[in-house]
Unconditional design. Structure first.
Length: 296
């Protein structure tokens, strides 16, 4: 009986040791940085980051097939994430258009998170509470922030910030002020901001109009971005490319991914971040078809 008891104890200890080993080695094989589309990243060190800035698919004005083609090219570039800077659809709360957009972006590889932002064609002008509810139901939050590598990435709802009478205007401003004054912002090597509307197109003193932000909130944002070390602000809305700089903050407006209004064909922007420096390049869809292998 004594020997049988010892045998059972040794056998139990063997199985316990086997299970511990299995758990350890299984954990080593898992990707600790894996994430689902739309999930926020865990902060982690990376030698370089590649992300995509796209804007204004505006489906049913832009073609779904053009968006799908662009997304398939994005997959081949293997970015860390994608930010879509507003106007996902042509008509606010139009379910046919919303379904078309959601179906198109399922083409994005499952390991590439997509961060959507609303534009005026998503929320309406003035911003409607019903449109806000529809957007949140189908696309998630109206604004966001996340850390990735040594960077802090902030997405804004420019339509709400632009209108002092819009729902959640005060809440959104306070949230932004708090984020840029946070410990995460203080330690970040790079801070990038994304929004739908450009702050301005030609001059920081130009009048507020359909294609830019009102002068009052524009000046508030510009000064706050300068004071808090924002490196670049990416926007869309203009359906063309435009680049400005304000006291060290780059203001980069990106053409539509499906429906350009200027002479530059549809495309998107590829951003590479290495430590405290970044480079950005706009590629048309047609260019990328020819050059994609050189960028991978």
């Amino acid at each position: 009986m004594r020997y049988w008891s010892l045998y059972l104890i040794r056998r139990q200890n063997f199985y316990l040791f086997f299970l511990l080993c299995l758990t350890f080695f299984s954990g080593c094989c898992l990707r600790p940085d894996s994430t689902s589309p739309g999930d926020q990243f865990d902060s982690r060190q990376k030698e370089s980051i590649r992300f995509i800035v796209a804007a204004d698919p505006q489906l049913f004005r832009g073609d779904k097939s053009d968006l799908v083609e662009a997304i398939q090219l994005i997959n081949r570039l293997e970015p860390d994430f994608v930010v879509m800077c507003g106007d996902l659809v042509e008509t606010p709360s139009n379910m046919e258009q919303i379904r078309a957009y959601k179906d198109a972006v399922t083409e994005l590889s499952g390991d590439i998170p997509l961060y959507n932002l609303p534009g005026n064609h998503d929320l309406g002008r003035p911003v409607g509470s019903n449109n806000i509810s529809t957007y949140q139901q189908h696309f998630g939050e109206l604004w966001f922030d996340f850390e990735y590598g040594d960077g802090l990435f902030i997405g804004l709802c420019s339509d709400i910030l632009a209108d002092a009478d819009a729902p959640m205007h005060g809440e959104h401003k306070k949230w932004l002020w708090d984020i840029l004054d946070s410990p995460e912002a203080k330690k970040a090597e790079n801070i990038f901001v994304f929004m739908h509307h450009p702050l301005y197109l030609n001059s920081p003193d130009e009048p507020g109009a359909y294609s830019n932000m009102p002068v009052g909130i524009r000046k508030e944002l510009l000064e706050f971005f300068v004071q808090n070390g924002v490196q670049a602000v990416f926007s869309g809305h203009f359906h063309d490319n435009r680049i400005n700089s304000y006291q060290g903050v780059d203001l980069i407006t990106t053409n539509s991914i499906t429906a350009p209004l200027g002479k530059i064909p549809a495309g998107f922007r590829v951003v590479e971040v290495r430590q405290e420096r970044y480079e950005q390049t706009y590629y048309t869809t047609e260019e990328l078809k020819k050059e994609i292998e050189t960028l991978r």
